[in-house]
Design a protein around this ligand. Sequence first.
Ligand code: ADP
Length: 409
Amino acid sequence: MNELDLLRNIRTAWVSRVLHMARGTSLRDDFRDQIIQFFDKLEQAIESGDNSWLDEVLILWASSLTQTDLENENVVLPEFIRELSFLTYSVLRDNLSPDDALTLFDVCYPVLNYAFEKSAQLETKARVAYVSNRLNQVQQTLEKLDQSKSDFIAVAAHELKTPLTLIEGYTSMLKEIQPSYETPQSTTLVEGIHTGVNRLRAIIDDMIDVSLIDNNLLNLNFQPVWLNRLLVSLKLELENITRSRNQSLEIADFPGGNEMIFGDPERLLQVFRNILMNAIKFTPDGGHITVDGRKLPGFIEITFHDSGIGISLEDQQAIFEKFARHGNSALHSSGKTKFKGGGPGLGLHIAKGIVEAHGGAIWVESPGYDEKECPGSTFHLLLPARQEPPDAKVAKVFAPLIQTKKTEG
Ligand code: ADP
């Protein structure tokens, strides 16, 4: 008898043993048909010498792996094929003469081995697909959450804007009529309301900026910009604060700083202000802040270095996320300019949004967070040295300036 005849001889015994082995496990109704199909394919593979005859049934089994199978760490399909191989060996031994059993086992073995490897491949593929599908779902949920957070910020900011405008109006009216019944207390009270309203206005404006950035709605108003002039004007604006904190703020006359480039001056000023206000806040009284820069091909890099408390390595990326407040939050005092003064954690997220809208990048370097040693932080800002505004209409308005620069260059 040849191998195929031997194989056909054990068919009934083999099928009933497999069904017996699989009893008690949660079998699907068509399992019997599938087992018969597997045996048929085994036969075809042996006859043709092509193991891939088994692929169809193996693919079917891999696709029927349940969520529990895929979440479980144990391999399912290769384990089942391994049991099938043992069972085949014992059916051969029980139903054939030792010689015939050996002959048939010799031809079955490579095919079953192929089935084992193929099933391992298919199961791994199914697991990878399952995990990436789960990851996609998680990602979608996170995106939805982030969107609801942005929506909430946008709605809250706009809802708060109306009553705030009313308070602002009444406060300035109060300030105007106040001299007629002025007392030392009333002046302090009105000043107090005014400061509070300004703080609230700044927070609401930040919230609106965050929602513009998160929804890709930030529009830049490109104009000629001289970075050094912006920085020097900011130094003047912050002079009272740095003086009160006994801090030095140096602006170096760096290469590229006095060149005309195109950018949104208001927005760039906002970025520099956010970075410098943080440098002031997170540097102890008497500390130093220096702004320097250099020209790179197509870009200007500005660095803001402070001798402050520094930022831990793990926070160096996270601080650019919205609502990021790091270090020991219990140590945060309130106040916009006080040492370690608190803030809503929007400043750097906005700075990043504005810089990226310009086509630039922002990152920070710091040896770590240490309030005693104060290792300091350096914020890097890479801005494209745009020679023309992106909008052709705006370019027309500034054509003479652009032309002069080109002839000078
Ligand atoms: P806020 O200042 O409102 O908390 P920011 O987005 O401006 O929000 O900053 C986020 C966090 O990054 C700050 O709370 C602080 O922990 C950290 N940080 C920013 N700049 C510095 C700096 N120069 N030195 C140390 N920590 C800083």
